[in-house]
Design a protein around this ligand. Structure first.
Ligand SMILES: Cc1cc2nc3c(=O)[nH]c(=O)nc-3n(C[C@H](O)[C@H](O)[C@H](O)COP(=O)(O)OP(=O)(O)OC[C@H]3O[C@@H](n4cnc5c(N)ncnc54)[C@H](O)[C@@H]3O)c2cc1C
Length: 413
């Protein structure tokens, strides 16, 4: 094992760790990058379903606002490496990027391997020492100052350590919370950790009948007094046990903390492009007169996929052989209500195993937003998902990993 002293050891080869190593090296430091898996960038490879949604076209302010109240912590990091700088960085190492939908930015190859290969080539070109299959076990200190790391293969010395170990989601791709343990051992607070960006499980079993259908632009709200303002819009997909699809992946970061608190999270879902009860009633009346032979399910099929139309009729105990106007008045009212606000109750999530991101992490209160350095330990830096910052789907989390990694790599004191 190389026992030389490094200026900086970077723990973790995700987007955050690789760019931190590259930046530190370009600034003249002697750098060692450590990865416990046998290959670099395992999670990066899986991103965007293998296409790697690197970033997006939002303005820097809108981008930061999307991370919620912690978003302003990102200002310095984003000002030093925003979406344009990131695209320039990749262009200079041979990766061109594009945006087909005007929002999400991908490598033109739409293949995450292009990104990983280019980063690896750059690590080589800069003669950065890289070791895989080596697990950091703890960070070594002397007088509250970093002096290196202890690994499963022995000690390694460095004046600075950058923790880029990711969150807790998809542990099969490397990140399993080691960085949180290192930080906690050194006196950092770790905020509550929740799985986010993942499918959820509902109490209602009828969803299983609707797995073939996608609902475009569904509006999902949380039916809890304290969360009335929370709402998300996007495509919704039913699963055998609950819900997935972009709107749920995004919204799950709001749902899982509430789930822990309340055990059940009631949702109200509008699957009819935001139409209200009156509009739905008028629509059904008009369609009834245009199609006098339609039974109630056929009538609802003018608004919703067949499986969903049938399930909602069954939920309100409508007689599905009969026409809308032949149903009991209360059932007609209930049907209009359930179409406008379909209640579903989240009782669980699929957990960290399938969580694309982690909500929570090393508390931002003890990290300088100007440097990414610990306010407690000299020479200790953090970057990427290990910190208490998480964004929605759409290139937000990778941009943050790269921006924070770049800033940490400057090793500003
Ligand atoms: C399936 C999936 C798809 C996603 N798609 C997108 C997307 O398209 N766009 C987007 O913006 N975000 C996406 N995300 C989220 C994004 O991938 C993460 O937020 C981001 O990769 C985090 O980067 P990171 O560098 O902080 O951590 P990671 O990429 O998780 O890297 C951490 C690395 O540290 C290593 N490590 C951990 N502990 C140790 C240790 N003790 N010793 C040595 N090494 C260690 C791990 O093995 C790992 O390689 C996706 C996530 C998943 C799971």
């Amino acid at each position: 094992m190389n026992k030389d002293k490094y200026d900086v050891i970077v723990i973790g080869s995700g987007g955050a760790g690789m760019i931190a190593a590259i930046t530190a090296r370009k600034l003249g430091n002697k750098v060692l990058l450590l990865e416990k898996l046998s290959k670099l960038g395992a999670k990066l490879k899986a991103t965007g379903a293998g296409k790697c949604n690197l970033t997006n076209t939002l303005s820097n302010d809108d981008f930061m606002n999307s991370f919620g109240r912690n978003g302003k912590f990102m200002r310095k990091a984003i000002s030093m490496l925003d979406k344009n700088d990131l695209r320039d960085f990749f262009s200079k190492i041979g990766v061109e990027t594009d945006t087909k939908d005007g929002f999400r930015i991908f490598p033109v190859t739409h293949n995450s391997s292009t990104i990983i290969n280019a980063l690896e080539k750059e690590l080589n070109r800069l003669e950065i020492d890289v070791m895989c299959d080596i697990k950091v076990e703890n960070i070594l200190l002397c007088d509250s100052k970093v002096i290196g790391v202890n690994t499963n293969k022995g000690e390694l010395k460095a004046s600075n350590v950058i923790v880029a170990t990711g969150g807790l989601g998809f542990p099969s791709l490397g990140a399993n919370g080691d960085g949180h343990l290192f930080a906690k051992d050194l006196g950092h607070k770790i905020t509550d950790l929740y799985p986010a960006m993942l499918p959820v499980i509902t109490k209602e079993k009828w969803v299983a009948n609707c797995t073939a259908d996608t609902i475009a632009k569904a509006i999902v709200k949380i039916d809890l007094k304290k969360a009335k303002k929370l709402k998300a819009v996007g495509d919704l997909i039913f699963t055998k046990k609950g819900l997935r699809g972009p709107v749920i992946l995004d919204f799950s970061r709001e749902i899982t903390p509430l789930l822990e608190k309340y055990k059940e999270v009631p949702l109200l879902i509008n699957m009819v492009k935001g139409k209200n009860e009156d509009e739905i009633f008028q629509h059904l009346k008009k369609q009834s007169s245009l199609n006098p032979d339609y039974n109630v399910v056929q009538l609802l099929e003018t608004l919703l996929p067949s499986s969903v139309a049938k399930s909602l009729c069954m939920e309100v105990k409508a007689n599905i052989e009969k026409k809308f106007k032949e149903q009991d008045g209360q059932i007609r009212d209930n049907l209009v209500k359930i179409v406008v606000n379909t209640p579903l109750t989240v009782i669980d999530s699929v957990g960290f195993k399938q969580a694309m991101i982690t909500r929570g992490g090393v508390s931002l209160k003890e990290i300088s937003p100007e440097t990414m350095q610990s306010k407690i330990i000299d020479g200790l830096y953090f970057c990427g998902e290990v910190m208490d910052l998480d964004g929605p789907c759409g290139g937000y989390n990778l941009q943050w990993s790269f921006s924070s990694g770049n800033l940490a790599g400057h090793l500003y004191k």
